[in-house]
Design a protein around this ligand. Structure first.
Ligand code: ATP
Ligand code: MG
Ligand code: FE
Length: 333
């Protein structure tokens, strides 16, 4: 099927036409990053308003660049959650209106299923698979025994990893979003500080990043207190080393315990160069697990990934009624 997918869960207004869950015919992302940068983070009310302003144009651009109109489509898919409620509602209501007006099935998609199935746009997914989702709101290890089935085996007990990046960046007075800034600085720095790694109880697949975040904050303050200069490049490199160590260890352990065929690393933080490198070294090609890390543009929020996940919802006949609502705390699976 040819599916028009819509994503508005956070601060990206995005639409895409995807065929058969694999072929991206067109994809448009209008980021509000420059707007939220002024506030140092996403302001929900501001995000909703900009989604309203951008939504129609983004969909029009998507259809024009696909050279299609509604008669060429088979369904409309939309991120139904999780995310900011006001932001989600813009996408959900737009999708409902389009589905009704053009008599197309409406497919509600989980945002994290979208991040996972971004993999489908660059490789054929094979099951059982494991997904490490590292984003602004999530740090989760998800086991996929078969297509469309999701078991969360570990998740963060406090901050998401992207959140930790953004907070550490703030401490270093870097602009929002902090992830790309830390990524850039770390490349120029050295690991000079031994920040803690939260291993938690043995056998746990959960994560915790708030202790690390506080350690970075303390280290920066203590350095300043002593009258020494903070070298942001080294702080960034040291922070990142701690994050990457934990993510790699969890992934390695889960891959061997669950004997999966594929490991998918996805979500905004999967754009991180050090993490990508470390994962590639730990799971070399030709090894017993096939590592898939979608390209940067498919790791951060976009609608093509929603179109990929929508293909599964289509096959399973998971259509929604016009009473579909945006659900900020929607559970996966
Ligand atoms: P969720 O997907 O959990 O609902 P979200 O959609 O806000 O949250 P994404 O857009 O997937 O999250 O990812 C955004 C996060 O990714 C931000 O925290 C940002 O700092 C981080 N990020 C983006 N690029 C990089 C990078 N190169 N290195 C590290 N972090 C990055
Ligand atoms: Mg975003
Ligand atoms: Fe996301």
């Amino acid at each position: 099927p040819r599916i028009l997918a819509i994503e508005t869960s956070c601060d990206e207004t995005a639409a895409s036409v995807v065929e058969g869950g694999k072929n991206v015919i067109s994809t448009v992302v209008a980021s509000q990053m420059d707007i939220h940068r002024r506030f140092g983070g996403v302001v929900p009310e501001v995000a909703s308003r900009h989604h309203v302003e951008n939504m129609t144009t983004v969909i029009e651009e998507t259809l024009v660049s696909a050279d299609m109109d509604y008669t060429d489509l088979d369904a409309v898919a939309v991120t139904a959650g999780p995310g900011l409620v006001g932001a989600l509602l813009v996408g959900v209501n737009t999708a409902k209106a389009l589905a009704y007006a053009h008599n197309l099935p409406l497919l509600p998609i989980h945002h994290i299923a979208g991040h996972i199935h971004a993999a489908e746009l660059v490789a054929d997914m094979q099951y059982p698979a494991l997904a490490l989702v590292v984003s602004g709101g999530h740090t989760s290890l998800i086991y996929l025994p078969e297509e469309g089935a999701y078991e969360t085996i570990g998740e963060t007990r406090d901050d998401a990893v992207g959140e930790a990046y953004d907070k550490v960046a703030r401490t270093l007075k870097l602009p929002y979003p902090g992830g790309p800034e830390i990524d850039r600085l770390a490349a120029e720095g050295e690991v000079t500080i031994d920040f803690p790694r939260a291993w938690l109880e043995s056998g746990s697949y959960d994560f915790s990043f708030s202790g690390l975040k506080s350690s970075v904050l303390n280290a920066v303050h203590n350095t300043q207190q002593r009258g020494d200069t903070v070298i942001p490049e080294n702080v960034a490199a040291s922070f990142q080393a701690s994050v990457v160590d934990v993510l790699v260890e969890r992934a390695q352990r889960a891959v061997s315990e669950y004997e999966v065929k594929q490991l998918i690393v996805t979500g905004g933080v999967a754009a991180n160069r050090t993490l990508r490198e470390a994962m590639k070294n730990s799971f070399p090609s030709g090894g017993n697990v096939d590592l898939i890390i979608p390209p940067l543009s498919l790791c951060t929020d976009n609608a093509a990934m929603i179109g990929a996940a929508a293909n599964i919802a289509w096959k399973k006949g998971e259509w929604a009624g016009y009473d579909l609502n945006g659900e900020p705390g929607l559970a996966l699976g």
